[in-house]
Design a protein around this ligand. Structure first.
Ligand code: ATP
Ligand code: MG
Length: 659
């Protein structure tokens, strides 16, 4: 939108449906009164201090917040340990024998750990790292499948003050090498393999390839035996089996005393928009943010079983499988594999078997479930569920409704949570016991978070907003918050430029947003994706949602392609639902449907029916590559794509259809 000639994003797609919390849910909710918003806004720093006090500190802080954009520090002088808060304090008290982790592998193997058992396992793994010379400040690269040892390793690192850098187990050797070297990791912890759709992902082989390409900082590779065939091409002197190293360690390992601002971890962003950034998070502020948001957004209660389907390779797994729920003493359910193995009901089987009460997943998964059909959830008992969450992309209203009806049976509140790797914790979200939800809207900033919508000139449109008015523009966060990233590893300039230069002094996440007549936020996707058609800013997200609203459409990706007269023309890539065929009549009907839902302005110029869409490994649609396809350019960086073949095939097909 940098070339925008108009001031703001047009507000187009209308959505009138609204769902207040049910009286039954509201009555038992952690937050049932909207007064919490005003209370937090009165003194956000004091509000966050209240949450920080719910952590255990070895020494209290003397200064709650020091902020001079782009640098923030929270709880200065305070000393604590993240693992102590997630594990030890529960293991030492009434939650000792409570289950901390329930894990199910893709082949169906199940393991559980109580908080006491988790403390022992984490301590052994921490001592194992120490025995290899790893200590405070040494970076540990983690390249593992979704097994309990992945969470154990993260907590072991935090226990001894060694920042972890978890690299999603689907990344290639090049990506692993790049991330390992950028972080100067001293150790890589991996496994012989992991299960995905019944096949073994050869993780150790990929580590070997990365090492061959060159990871000069890495001294040791620890290998977990996940597959059990004993084949891992172990290199004497460098590689060591987990089972030879960890079990023999003492289960006694004191928690390192960490300064609030000591580094907790490094995590590379998904790479939807370009070269991944090594986002850093520190200890006290991050733990405060994830503790508070987990407790209020997911309405956590002592008996909850929290099932977050993300991989620990993404921030969602860091904040809402490991640190947030465990800091609250909540039982988490972890799953290793694919949602369609052995059948398309796997998530529902997991919910049924382990009696999950909360499900937190992504729109990409929800759209896949819709495409597969209702028979899969319908044949499972989902009655244990009481709350549903969504994260990662804007959720199309039709997908939201399906989730709420078919999975939640109209009974469970749906929380659409907007946040980023950089924000550390959820930022814009309903509070399920008090916020009336609207399909497609992330509703309101979390208490203590101050957001605004600005126009091109940086004027705060929200400050002048009046009930009944609709506005759209650039989303910013204009006050510091505890879990905000402290920067991009090794690149303070890129940090200042990417997030803090567009609107000086304010954090600009890169996303567009509108505020509706009720003051609700609607996330419109990345501003780079917003189209400028004949002088009007149109959000790709809204056109996609209008397409997904049509019964023939399973999924849609929309981009603006350069157009001589209009500036940009709207091109849509559409996946049809089972039973529908691509015909010229259908294409016309879809164009008409968008025009009807939004207005003639948003009528797509081209609709291209496709079998698949290019997605990041975390499942997000990569629109920049579709722009390359539609504009006949060579494809940009594809290293973070889940399957680079998809976009190449799409490009070939697109070009042959064009000519
Ligand atoms: P990169 O920064 O490398 O391009 P990425 O932005 O996809 O990758 P993440 O930090 O995982 O990496 O994702 C954050 C982004 O995901 C947000 O900026 C936003 O665009 C999108 N997003 C996440 N949750 C939501 C949501 N509930 N609604 C709308 N968009 C969302
Ligand atoms: Mg991003």
């Amino acid at each position: 939108m940098s070339n925008a000639t108009t001031e703001t994003i047009e507000t187009l797609l209308q959505e009138a449906r609204s769902f207040p919390p049910s009286p039954a849910f509201a009555a038992q909710a952690n937050v049932g009164d909207p007064a919490i918003y005003d209370e937090a806004a009165k003194d956000p720093i004091a509000w966050w201090e209240g949450w920080a006090k719910q952590l255990d500190w070895f020494e209290p802080w003397h200064t709650a917040c020091e902020f001079k954009a782009p640098n923030a520090k929270w709880f200065l002088g305070g000393k604590l340990n993240a693992t102590y808060n997630c594990v030890d304090r529960h293991a030492a008290g009434a939650r000792k024998n409570k289950t901390a982790i329930i894990w199910e592998g893709e082949p169906g193997d199940v393991r559980t750990y109580t908080f006491a058992e988790l403390k022992d396992e984490v301590s052994r793994a921490a001592n194992a790292l120490k025995s290899l010379g790893i200590g405070k400040g040494d970076v540990v690269c983690v390249y593992m499948p979704m097994v309990p040892e992945l969470a154990i390793v993260m907590l072991a690192c935090a226990r001894i003050g060694a920042p972890h850098s978890v690299v999603f187990g689907g990344f290639s050797a090049e990506s692993l090498q790049e991330r390992t070297n950028d972080a100067s990791a001293k150790v890589i912890i991996t496994a012989d393999g992991g299960w995905r759709r019944g096949k073994v992902i050869p993780l150790k082989q990929i580590v070997d390839d990365a090492m061959t390409m060159g990871c000069p900082s890495v001294e040791k590779v620890i290998v977990l035996d996940r597959i059990g065939d004993g084949k891992a091409n172990m290199q004497p002197g460098r590689d060591v089996w987990w089972h030879d190293l960890v079990p023999k360690q003492s289960a006694d390992c004191p928690c390192e005393t960490m300064e609030s601002e000591d580094l907790l971890y490094i995590l590379y962003t998904s790479g939807s928009t370009g070269k991944p950034k090594g986002i850093i998070h520190t200890t006290g502020g991050y733990m405060t943010g994830v503790l508070a948001t987990s407790k209020l957004v997911f309405d956590l209660k002592e008996n909850d079983i929290h099932f977050c389907t993300a991989d620990c390779g993404w921030v969602t797994g860091h904040s809402y499988i490991v640190y947030g729920p465990l800091a609250n003493g909540t039982t988490v359910l972890m799953y290793e594999g694919a949602p369609d193995t052995p059948d398309k009901d796997r998530f529902w089987r997991l919910v049924e078997k382990h009696r999950a009460t909360i499900l937190y997943t992504a729109p990409t998964a929800i759209r896949a479930f819709m495409k597969w059909g209702d028979e899969y959830p319908d044949r499972c008992d989902l009655s244990s569920l009481r709350l549903l969450g969504s994260v990662g992309e804007p959720i199309n209203p039709e997908a939201w409704i399906w989730y709420q009806q078919t999975i939640g049976k109209g009974r469970c509140p749906v929380v659409d949570t907007w946040w980023q790797t950089e924000t550390g914790a959820i930022m814009i979200t309903p509070l399920p016991g008090t916020t009336a939800t609207k399909p497609g809207s992330a509703t309101r900033p979390f208490p203590g978070i101050s957001a605004a919508v600005l126009n091109d000139e940086g004027q705060d449109l929200t400050a002048a907003w009046q009930p009944g008015q609709e506005i759209g523009g650039y989303l910013v966060i204009d006050k510091p918050w505890p879990s905000m990233t402290r920067g991009i590893l090794n690149d303070p300039e890129r940090f200042a430029k990417t997030y803090w230069s567009r609107f000086p002094g304010k954090y600009f996440p890169g996303d567009g947003a509108k505020m509706d007549a009720d003051g609700y936020y609607w996330l419109l996707g990345r501003v780079d994706d917003i189209m400028l058609v004949a002088g009007h800013n149109i959000s790709t997200m809204e056109v996609e949602s209008a397409l997904v609203d049509h019964p023939a459409v399973a999924e849609a990706a929309v981009i603006g392609r350069t157009h001589e007269l209009k500036g940009q023309a709207i091109a849509a890539f559409v996946i049809l639902r089972a039973g529908h065929e691509s015909t010229p009549t259908l294409v016309d009907e879809l164009k008409g449907h968008v025009a009807h839902k939004i207005g003639a302005l948003a009528r797509p110029d081209d609709i291209f029916i496709s079998a698949e869409l290019p997605k990041t490994r975390s499942g997000k649609i990569m629109r920049r590559l579709l722009r390359d396809v539609a504009e006949g350019r060579a494809l940009g960086d594809t290293t973070t794509l889940a399957d680079p073949a998809v976009v190449q095939a799409l490009k070939d097909k697109y070009e042959s259809t064009e000519s």
